[in-house]
Write a protein that binds this ligand. Structure first.
Ligand code: FEO
Length: 403
């Protein structure tokens, strides 16, 4: 059955021809309750060019949008800015259908696409800084290795002052709005921050260098077109400043208390610690991993100064929800945090010890020794938890004063 999806005009000569995934709820471990989009772009230059493709099941939606502008057979070039499968999943089929003259990717992209799809299509490697003439327009490529895969690159379209930024500046948000000025700033900031925390955070040092590299090109940029979520045509300066702030990872006057509990004893401890932190003037978020998702924890940690983690002990280990969350957070490499571990136990208590060990592996500065309480905390034990909260608050204030 024919689809009737239409392209959306981005500039005089550029169209959005991507796909909207209303149903996706998990993106390699990152929960996406608002779905996502896979953005592909059609440049109507003398040599018609397609920037990126979409996830495999959405190929027909992309082709339908392209057909609303031009016969896909007229596409001369396809550029793969990023080889992850949400953008290259239908590349092989698209090449077979469209039969472009040439397909381009970064050198590592060429290798990665070969290893992912094992096909015989020729893909030409472009170099950092290389320019490709489209006749009346020009594309310039910039490698952005490890934002967030080794193959990643930006493509700049000078004549439209438009930067195709692949995953950078993206967000997982399925909407019918295609531009940032059609959405509220609170939605944009929350979704962009959640995306940064869950995808880009480990590469923050590279983000800062890349922003400097882009600035040094002197490129005029009036539009940033990422591979997910809205296209930035109004709030470019704002999102770039947010990226600089998130990448700098400066400690903030905020604590995140993350715990899992068996019979509510560790929960009582978490609440006593959290309320003491808040009373000491620290903005405090408390997340029970019995109910929250690991990617919500990542979002909360993005702009924090203290990470306080708690668990009951189950079969000589931390609770599995905390093992999951800590593995995930450790991989995201949040920096410049102080922290502490706490929890209740019945007879052995390894969970809290192991949590503290992970904090140390994460290079979290230990603000106070781990606090373990046998069975249920009484009033005296909860007062000790309050003291822990006060100690962490004082240590955080010292860190903020010296940073
Ligand atoms: Fe949207 Fe790294 O793929």
């Amino acid at each position: 059955m024919e689809n009737v999806y239409s392209a959306i005009k981005v500039t005089e000569n550029v169209y959005w021809v991507g796909a909207i995934d209303w149903g996706i709820r998990d993106f390699h471990g990152y929960t996406t309750p608002e779905g996502s989009t896979y953005n592909a772009y059609l440049i109507m230059a003398d040599d018609v060019t397609l920037i990126d493709t979409v996830k495999s099941p959405f190929k027909d939606e992309m082709l339908s949008r392209i057909k609303s502008v031009i016969d896909p057979a007229k596409i001369k070039y396809i550029i793969s800015n990023h080889s992850e499968m949400d953008h290259s999943g239908c590349l092989t089929e698209a090449i077979d259908l469209i039969k472009p003259d040439k397909v381009f990717a970064s050198a590592i992209g060429v290798k990665t696409l070969r290893e992912l799809y094992h096909n015989q299509h020729e893909i030409i490697a472009v170099k950092d800084g290389e320019t490709l003439s489209l006749g009346n327009m020009n594309l310039t490529f910039m490698e952005t290795r490890m934002i967030h895969w080794p193959d990643s690159m930006f493509t700049y379209l000078a004549e439209e002052e438009l930067l195709f930024s692949q995953d950078a500046f993206g967000m997982h948000l399925a909407t019918l709005e295609r531009f940032d000025d059609e959405l509220s700033e609170s939605v944009l900031e929350f979704e962009a921050a959640t995306y940064y925390a869950n995808i880009v955070l480990p590469y923050s040092a590279i983000v800062l260098k890349t922003l400097e590299k882009v600035a040094a090109t002197g490129w005029k940029i009036k539009i940033i077109a990422p591979d997910h979520g809205p296209i930035w045509r109004k709030n470019l300066g704002w999102i770039i400043e947010l990226y600089k702030k998130w990448a700098a990872q400066k400690p903030a006057n905020k604590a995140v208390v993350i715990y899992a509990t068996m019979w509510h004893s560790t929960e009582k401890m978490a609440r006593a610690i959290s309320e003491a932190l808040a009373e000491a003037g620290v903005r405090t978020s408390i997340l029970s991993m019995n109910h929250f998702h690991r990617s919500q924890a990542a979002y909360e940690v993005l702009e924090a100064g203290a990470l306080v983690v708690g668990t009951s002990t189950l079969n000589n280990n931390m609770l599995p929800q905390m093992a999951d969350t800590m593995t995930y957070l450790k991989g995201l490499k949040p920096a410049n945090l102080i922290g502490a571990a706490f929890g209740s136990f019945g007879w052995s208590g390894e969970g809290v010890r192991d949590l503290e060990a992970i904090l140390k592996e994460m290079k979290v500065e230990i603000a106070a020794p781990a606090l373990s309480i046998r069975n249920a905390p009484n009033k005296g034990a909860l007062e000790i938890c309050q003291e822990l909260g006060k100690t962490i608050a004082a240590e955080l204030k010292n860190k903020l004063a010296s940073s």
